[in-house]
Design a binder for this molecule. Structure first.
Ligand code: NAD
Length: 446
């Protein structure tokens, strides 16, 4: 498989297609009992060595991710590599804490590893999404067969080399490369897999759940989103709009949690649109290796074309393009930032995940109307509420049907459960909840 640099369109690597996933699954099965038999402290030491090696190679990994999928280098360092380092540290800390088992009457509740985990990951945060599965799965005593995205597999290949260097026993972390179908599909339907953990599109998630059902394999799905940024009339609109635009455009909009729908009260609508256009115009598409660049290319030509067709659809459906059409570099899969105003909440651009730098600003009448619009998609992954007081923001956040909500710009918490409802999937990642996802519960009566 050829891997393209989306900023230059050059082929930067060629990666083999694994002919069959079975040898990897067999290796994982063979290695699992001994890995699970290690003490928590021994598994923590393995994960700690992997974290230290990742930290030592952070700049190299950030450059590799920028080359394989176009994230601006500053964001690559901070998020694409910084976040997996944090996640590995949280799992080491989790294992170093004393085991806290629940007692219910005469029953001791213990957690066994699920067994062999099949991990299938996308291209948008390729290292983070891998580590968000690998670290808790290994911590809990599972072994892993991982298939990274065909669009951006290079950081996973490098991670695997570092895992070998860290001394992980053979068979504990196995990597298979290939396309979604057949390689990913073979993994999802393999009878030797005990749990499939998938991050990616809703379309692929549905196919994976169906393939896994044949073997009654457990499935955890982290899928797409269409998250709402609800700005209440008494909120600080300057902060809410600025942070909202930054959230929507992070990683060129290729972020599953992106707040792509900005909901503004009719009394402050025009003011918010002006603020959004001013903030969005600062995202000038450019060379992602330049530390000053905030908006890189989209990850592939297919993704660029998909986003451009959504922009055309928005215009055709009557949305008002208040920003768009700026110059982009002649080479590379760039899309200029787009802001749509007067967006009908039921229209295609307000309902479907676009995965590009496209913001839709929607008008609402009152708080009930805002909550109805926010909850009016099939997705439910993330979201945001901006209010005059934290209590008011919290009250509205409770009414949103979604997996995560940030009130007044509340910071991302790597220990909080992450995942969605509805077409955003099921299961949770990160922290103690993410660890438990890779275990099965056993009750021992004494
Ligand atoms: P994708 O679904 O096309 O691919 C994701 C992975 O699944 C790739 O490794 C791919 O090869 C594999 N795959 C595709 N079809 C498959 C099949 N039939 N069987 C098994 N494996 C298959 O998604 P993508 O385009 O790489 O990523 C973008 C999508 O991921 C967006 O929809 C985004 O919202 C979602 N995403 C979700 C989260 C989250 O945590 N909820 C995080 C990041 C991205």
């Amino acid at each position: 498989m050829d891997v393209h640099n989306p900023a230059t369109e050059a082929v930067i690597a060629s990666v083999p297609v694994t002919p069959s996933v079975s040898p990897a699954v067999e290796a994982a099965r063979a290695a699992q009992p001994a890995w699970a038999a290690l003490s928590r402290a021994e598994r923590a030491a393995h994960l700690g060595r992997l974290r230290d090696l990742l930290a030592a190679h952070a700049d190299e990994l950030a450059a590799l991710i920028t080359a394989e999928m176009g994230t601006p280098i500053g964001v690559s360092r901070k998020v694409q590599v910084g976040l997996p380092l944090t996640v590995l540290s949280t799992m080491v800390a989790h294992l170093e804490r004393p085991l806290d088992e629940v007692q219910i009457g005469n029953s001791r509740i213990v957690r066994d590893p699920a067994g062999v985990v099949g991990a299938i990951t996308p291209w948008n945060y390729p290292l983070h999404q891998t580590v968000a599965k690998l670290a808790p799965a290994l911590a809990a005593g599972n072994t892993v067969v991982h298939k990274p995205s065909e669009v951006a597999p290079l950081s996973a290949l490098r991670l695997h080399e570092l895992a070998v260097e860290a001394g992980l026993p053979a068979g504990v972390y196995n990597l298979v490369t290939g396309y979604g179908d057949p390689t990913g599909a073979e993994l999802a339907g393999h009878p030797g897999i005990d749990l499939i953990s998938f991050t990616g599109s809703t379309v692929a998630g549905r196919k994976i759940a169906a393939a896994a059902a044949a073997n009654l394999t457990r499935v955890s799905l982290e899928l797409g989103g269409k998250s709402a940024n609800v700005i209440l009339p008494d909120a600080d609109h300057t902060a809410a709009v600025k942070v909202g635009v930054a959230n929507c455009y992070l990683n060129a909009g290729q972020t599953c949690t992106a707040w792509t729908r900005m909901l503004v009260h009719e009394s402050r609508y025009d003011e918010a649109v002006d603020l959004a256009v001013a903030a969005a115009a600062k995202y000038v598409p450019g060379d992602p290796t330049d530390p000053a660049t905030r908006l890189g290319p989209l990850a592939s030509a297919a993704q660029r074309d998909r986003v451009l067709s959504y922009v055309e659809r928005g215009v055709a459906d009557g949305a008002k393009m208040v920003l768009g059409g700026a110059d982009v570099p002649a080479t590379g899969y760039f899309v200029a930032p787009v802001v749509f105003a007067e967006v009908d909440p039921d229209s295609t651009v307000a309902q479907e995940e676009i995965f590009g730098p496209v913001l839709s600003i929607i008008r609402y009448r009152d708080e009930d109307d805002a909550v109805r619009i926010a909850n009016g998609t099939r997705y439910g992954l993330a979201g945001s509420v901006w209010a005059g007081s934290q209590e008011h923001g919290l009250a509205v956040a409770r009414r949103l049907r979604t997996g995560q909500v940030d009130v007044n710009g509340g910071a991302f918490n790597p220990l909080a459960p992450f995942g969605g409802i509805g077409h955003s999937g099921y299961g949770r990642e990160l922290g103690a909840f993410g660890y438990e996802e890779f275990t099965s519960v056993k009750a021992i009566q004494l």
